[in-house]
Design a protein around this ligand. Sequence first.
Ligand SMILES: [Zn+2]
Length: 191
Amino acid sequence: MNIQKGDETRLPTELGEFIAIPYLDSLNERCHVALVLGRLDDNSFVRIHSECLTGDALFSLRCDCGNQIEKAMRTIKEQGSGVIIYLRQEGRGIGLWNKLKAYALQDKGLDTVEANHQLGFRADERSYEVAVHILKDLGLKKIRLLTNNPDKIKGLNGSIEVTERIPLRVPENEHNHKYMQTKKDRMGHEV
Ligand SMILES: [Zn+2]
């Protein structure tokens, strides 16, 4: 892993004023970003969020990513300190091209896990190695993790102690009902 830290900058948002810190992975040219609010300590809330162009930026109702990042930013703002680690691993790590292929298969009746398998991928191809690197760089060894996904704690490999897991409950809609159910039934998520 070869991660380069870039220049910090202010990022005022409707959900609070964050400091944006870029981390460039020179192996694949992906630029991840940490959004930091307030002074970080052992009680800080952390959200590790994987990019979802359709959900985060295009208001898609097929998943709950947009709602989750908004809720995470609001929660951190209310708490007064915390960090969002925004990882550029679209579509559970399979990329936008393949994610939209998987959506097309889901339109034909497959669930999200079956669609990934049909395309030759695992149900989840994400890695949290970069997140561990960023957390350590920010001086965090203990965190309170905002997530519905218990696997994310395992993904931190014991290098970061998760003292509390705080679920992010967001509302379902008619389009993401099946997706949310699959996450619950087949991927062990609490939603
Ligand atoms: Zn999404």
